[in-house]
Design a protein around this ligand. Structure first.
Ligand code: PGA
Length: 286
């Protein structure tokens, strides 16, 4: 993960959309564009399109490809399942784990999430772990505690050094999908902070990234969610299913990165005797 440490993450899961042909049309449009170095883009197609998308992308493409799910077992009698090794073989370098739709409808639990995180690392995949509270927990004021417990469980099978290889996405359930209400930066920021605290604890104080935000991200709220939540990037559903909107989000992420770098430089000029801090961490308050 180290090479991506200071990048702004911007990615989309296509969920259960896009045939192989539709997926290829999307990546062909992407291939025409030079993507900014400052943004770590990622795409998470359905399993059926993964190998075709991989085959159509240049071998040195900076876009990380991911799978939406994989089983923790290496192989076996798991009808309808695919293993980590199989999604890696199809071209994935990242695997999404614990999305709320899978937690709610497909029996994903904290225990299965932790097994999958372990299996993903063993298969040299980046685990992208989704966490987030239901509305009732938020209304009762229990969001930070709830999410912290999910993060703690997800990381429970890792050594402290391995924790930094995980990407986390805070996705409050009430903010996701057609019936979701977009979260405000003020609602998101304290939970991102809580996740960072838990990651710091589990990693033995290593300054790991990345913590992303997801849930009803759109072209109007993306900049504020980047500027004011402390998140390292965005994980987007519906808005990014159209490649042109995805590219607009990439531009917003690149602008954010440029502002963050400028902010860091200005802060260093203002405070010449401040102790050295890793690039990007000043603006993020890490
Ligand atoms: P949405 O989905 O952007 O369509 O709300 C987000 C997600 O589920 O990651």
């Amino acid at each position: 993960m180290a090479e991506n440490a200071d990048k702004v993450w911007l990615g989309t899961s296509w969920k259960m959309t896009k045939t192989i042909g539709e997926a290829l049309a999307y990546v062909e449009t992407l291939a025409d564009r030079q993507l900014p170095d400052a943004v770590q883009t990622f795409l998470v197609p359905a399993h059926t399109a993964l190998a075709a998308v991989r085959g159509r992308m240049p071998a040195n493409s900076p876009v990380l490809l991911g799978a939406q799910n994989a089983h923790w077992a290496a192989e076996g009698a798991g009808t309808g399942e695919v293993s980590m090794r199989m999604v890696a073989d199809a071209g994935a370098r990242l695997v999404e784990i614990g999305h709320s739709e899978r937690r709610e409808h497909h029996n994903e639990t904290d225990e299965s999430v932790s097994l999958k995180v372990r299996a993903a690392l063993d298969a040299a995949l980046v685990p992208l772990v989704c966490v987030g509270e239901p509305l009732a927990i938020r209304e009762a004021g229990g969001d930070r505690e709830f999410v912290r417990a999910q993060v703690s469980a997800a990381l429970s099978r890792l050594s402290p050094a391995e924790v930094c290889r995980v990407v986390l996405a805070y996705e409050p359930i009430w903010a996701i999908g057609e019936r979701g209400r977009p979260a405000t930066p003020e609602e998101v920021a304290p939970v991102i902070e809580e996740i960072r605290e838990e990651v710091a604890r589990a990693s033995g104080g290593r300054g790991c990234r990345a913590v992303l935000y997801g849930g009803s991200v759109n072209l109007d709220n993306a900049a504020a969610l980047l500027e004011r939540t402390g998140a390292d990037g965005l994980f987007v559903g519906r808005t990014a299913w159209d490649v042109h909107r995805f590219l607009k989000l990439v531009d917003i992420a690149a602008d954010h990165s440029a502002r963050r770098l400028r902010g860091g430089r200005e802060e260093r000029v203002d405070r010449p005797h401040a102790p050295n801090t890793p690039s990007g961490s000043v603006a993020k308050g890490l």
